[in-house]
Design a protein around this ligand. Structure first.
Ligand SMILES: [Zn+2]
Ligand SMILES: [Zn+2]
Length: 282
């Protein structure tokens, strides 16, 4: 029997194309958090993303026969880190977080920077994107491969983006979207840190009353159980998420009612900042 060395180029290529098992966990809490388990089918080893309700995560892992070996915090807010201690005590998992957030989170075993890889079991690998804006130290984790997926924390939501009220910066958030998020494959499935889809679609329709894709989706999700929420792709987000539609003439025309100084041909950054500002009080 031949054993392929773990560190060979072949091995890395192989890792890249195997899709992880993904379990989304709806918390049903007031903040509407989503947690995720990302697992390697070959070994059953799993990583938990932002497991505030760590008992739910542990129960879900046990049901699947998975072992939680790592915890990833997308950023330092308590609703993403508050379950670390409990889950570490129960599983001995290692805690991974943005290197710049580690001292504020506490108990972090591995500080992450842009481009770092997170290995899960034998066949799954995530790539770290440094995505400031919601906070200054926010990581999105990308699973490459035939069915790419992004675990986007509070940076990208379904049909919306994170706010910048608690240590964030809207200009940096714009740059994160312009330089990183919008560059990803349209096939990328979006796994955000909170369930805000219906509310965000209402904002989209407030900005673009004629957006048929948003209206259609809203009619199907308005009374849906978040337990079975849809998973959008980035390609779909480009149709329904105002923050990814910065050059739409209709959005610009309507924004100018609130922000006359935008002018007829504002740049994408100005449109993004105006939308973010409007959404803060909407
Ligand atoms: Zn947050
Ligand atoms: Zn949050």
């Amino acid at each position: 029997m031949s054993v392929r060395p773990e560190t060979s180029t072949d091995s890395r290529k192989e890792v890249k194309y195997i899709n992880p098992l993904i379990e989304r966990i709806w918390t049903a809490n007031a903040l509407r958090n989503f947690h995720y388990l990302i697992a390697c089918a070959a070994t059953g080893e799993a990583l938990a993303v932002d497991p505030l309700d760590w008992q739910r995560c542990l129960a879900a892992a046990q049901k699947r026969g998975w072992q939680i070996r790592q915890i990833l915090n997308t950023h330092e807010h308590h609703d993403h880190t508050g379950g670390n201690a409990g889950l570490v005590a129960a599983t001995g998992a290692q805690v991974l977080a943005h290197a710049g957030a580690a001292s504020r989170i506490g108990g972090v075993d591995r500080g992450l920077v842009a481009g770092d890889r997170i290995r899960i079991g034998r066949n799954v690998e995530l790539r770290c994107l440094d995505t400031p804006g919601h906070t200054l130290t926010h990581i999105c984790a990308l699973a490459d491969g035939e069915e790419p997926a992004i675990f986007s924390g509070d940076t990208l939501f379904n049909a919306g983006v994170g706010n910048c009220h608690n240590g964030g910066d809207p200009g940096l958030l714009y740059e994160t979207f312009a330089e990183q998020i919008s560059q990803l494959s349209d096939a990328t499935r979006v796994y955000p840190g909170h369930e805000y889809l219906a509310r965000n679609l209402e904002f989209t329709l407030d900005r673009e009353p004629g957006n048929a894709a948003a209206a259609k989706l809203l009619s199907s999700v308005r009374n849906a159980d978040p337990e079975h929420a849809v998973v959008t792709t980035l390609g779909e987000e480009k149709l329904i998420n105002s923050f990814l539609r910065l050059r739409e003439p209709g959005i610009i025309a309507r924004l100018r009612e609130n922000f006359p100084a935008l002018g007829a041909h504002p740049d994408a950054r100005a449109v993004f900042l105006a939308l973010r500002k409007l959404r803060n009080s909407w």
